[in-house]
Every structure is written in C-alpha cells, then in structure tokens.
Design a binder for this molecule. Sequence first.
Ligand code: CTP
Length: 449
Amino acid sequence: MKKVITYGSFDLFHEGHYNILKRAKALGDYLIVGVTTEQYDESRGKLNIVNSLDERIDNVRKTGFADQIIVEDHVGQKVEDVQKYDIDVFTVGSDWLGAFDYLKDYCDVVYLERTKNISSTMLRSKENPIIRIGVIGTGRIANRFVPEAKFVSGTIIHSVYNPHIESAERFARKFELEVYTDDLERFFENVDAVYVASPHETHYAYTKAALEHGCHVLCEKPLVFQKAQAEELFSLAHEKDRVLMEGIKTAYCPGFNQLLGVVKSGTIGQIRDVEACFTRLTKEGLREMTDTVYGGGFTEFGSYTLLPILKLMGTEYKEIRFDSVKAENGIDLYTKVSFVYDRGFALSKSGVGVKSEGQLLIAGTQGYILAESPWWLTKSFEVRYEDSKRIEKYAMRYLGYGLRYEISDFAYTINRHEGRGYKLTEEESIAMAGIMEQFLAQRKEVRDI
Ligand code: CTP
C-alpha cells in the first residue's frame, strides 16, 4: 500500500484545498492529512486563522479524500510523522517548492501545482475588509507597534496623529505612512480603528473621542486611572458597537496563556499565592520619573504585575494594601501591593528606582510554577514540586516585540469573530483601573513612607 501525507491549515476551506487533497490522494492508496493547531500557526507567524481546529478538520473530512487526519502542532513533526506512519510520498502545493526537500531522506517529495487565484489569505481579506489603523502618539511604544502590525494580515497602519505636527511628520516619514496630522477630526474620519499610545493621562479623552467617532480602540496600558472612567468607556463601546481593548501585551501572548492553562488545569492544586515582580531602573528625566501625577513605578509596570494576579485570583479581593518607597518629588520608586483573598494571597512588586528579580511565582497546594524574568514575555516556565528532582519545563516561542499577538486579537475581534475576549476581560480592565485609582489617591495623601 502506497501511503501519502500532506499538511495545511485548511482555513476557510476553498477550491485550492479540495484540489490538492484530491491530487494527493491520487498519488497513492492511503492519504494522511495533517491539520495545524492554532497555536502552531501562531508560532510560525500565521496569526489570523478564522476557523477552529474542529471546523478545519471537519472540512477536510467532508471531502472524503482523507483516510486519516492527524493534528500538526510542532516544528519537526513532519520528520517524525513520515517515519512513524511509514510514508512513501510527502506532498504539498508548489508555493512550498524546495521547502521540504529535507524529507527526501525518508520518502518521495512531490510539489503539486497550486490552484491559481485562491487562498485563505485572499478569502480572509474578502470577508473582512482591511482594517485601517491610526496611531495616536509617536513615543517609544508607538515606534514598536508599527513594525509589529506588519505581521498581522488584514490590517494596515494608515496614519498618525500628534498635536505636535513635526513629531507626526517625523514618525510618518520613518514608517512611510501616507497621512500624518494634528487635526483629530480629520484623523478619525479616515480610519476604522485607533491605537492610543499617547501619555497615560490622555488615554481617557482620546479613547472616548475615538469611540464617539465610531472607531474601534486598542489603548495602551493603563487604560485609565479611574474605575468610573473605565466603566464609562466600555459602556460607550457597547453602545457604539465598537471593540475596546486594553493593550497589555502579556495578556495576548501564547506562552502566558499556556501558563494560565497549566495552572487552571489543576497541575499545582489549589492556587494560594501569586507573586509578580517587574522592575526597571529608569533614567532621571524620563516621563516615568518626572510626571508627579501619573509617573512612577506602579502606574508604569503595575498593569503587568496585576495581570496574573487578577487572572488567577480574580477581581474580588477582600483587602488591598499599598506600600511605596518614594522619590523626593512624590513618585513611587518601588511599590508593593498586597492582596488578601478568601483562600489566598497575592503580591505585586513594581519599580523604576529599585531593582529586584523579575519573576512570577504561583504557589499551589501541590506544587508551584516559576516563570523567570522576562516572565511578561513568557518564553518559558517551570512546574516544580515537593520532590525537587521533579521539574516540568515548558518553552514557547515569542515573536518580535510580541505586540503582534494583541494586534491579531484586536483585528480578529473587530471582524466579529468571537472567542478571544477571555484573554483580558472588561471586568479585569475595570478592576485594574480601580486599583490604580486607589493607589494614586493614597500616594497623593501620604508623601513619605
Ligand atoms: N494550496 C493549493 N492551492 C491554493 C491554496 C493552497 O494547492 N490555491 C495548497 C497549499 O500549497 C498546501 C495546502 O493547500 O499544500 C494547504 O494550504 P494552506 O496553507 O492551508 O492554504 P492557503 O490558502 O495557502 O492558506 P494561507 O493563505 O493562509 O497561507
């Protein structure tokens, strides 16, 4: 019996897929089709898969050509599969010409001519028109955002707004954007979505104005500093039927979501303590150090450290306490936020003027998880137990600056696909704004520790 194998994402199943499966089957007697998982596609930069794995498998099955369907979830799996299934022929479309010649050590490799003028990418952009994103602000994070957006198909960075026109022009020239402006009305009129990357205290006004103009909004963290403002913005987004997302990049990255999955599946038992730390010694003179109202360590990095706490322990804490070491101008150089929950504790440590070990530690009744610095990118973590010899290590890919994952989820949600909102919920964003509010009120009152 001649065995053939082929692989693909088979998203939005189309004629090209049908043709390749038919011809693959004709190459032998038994056809195995490998369908990729969403996580694997993400890790190789295919971020906008629309159909679930179930739906994609189902569509392959319906053709009747596949004798067996398997799931492809990691690099190197093809080499294992061709040996494991004793494959005679490996085949894919001609768009991959040469890419799988390394399999010739094990079987025949056949590149079948690709069906012209059709692809999942094409269908995705037909179904969902390109999202024109406008960027508000031209600072450090905006400079990272634009190159990352290039990895997310279905989006383009259309324009940039800055009240200082020279900064907008410089930014537009650097990233070859056609439109730059200091006219906010004009800016909103020509975009579908807005990325707010302006100074913290301006987030509320820009986000509100963008939503009122019918734009979807991805707003850099922290969204706002008052709970009532966060509630107001989310209810405005509902009223206008627009997407509002807070851009805490860790929330959307694959490794962090895998870590949450491992914890939630009970691997370390009941969670009793979450401790998250993020510190970066910051140069004098930068906004974080000089803005006496909204600067400081907690407003800068607290969104990261609060994220695993709220995701794992919930938003219903019983007690919260803030302790800060402050600079002379009143900003916090280092802040500890201690939480008491019904059945456990949590601690957030963040700072711009104190250096500590940036780790995430999750303690449970049967073991603990340690994600070392930079845990906020979550490239790896370990599950450890009482028996110190027993350690399970996890390693994940994290591409570029990681902003592509949040942009991908933003585009996915705008395109009316449900199911990714769980990564950072409205309730969690509102709770964070509430915590920031309590912190700032207290910091204002008590100048010295
Ligand atoms: N394929 C084909 N003809 C097309 C499109 C795809 O023969 N017009 C083949 C690919 O070469 C591959 C298989 O179908 O062997 C599965 O491809 P997949 O990547 O899932 O489909 P694409 O439409 O190419 O997807 P995308 O646009 O997301 O890259």
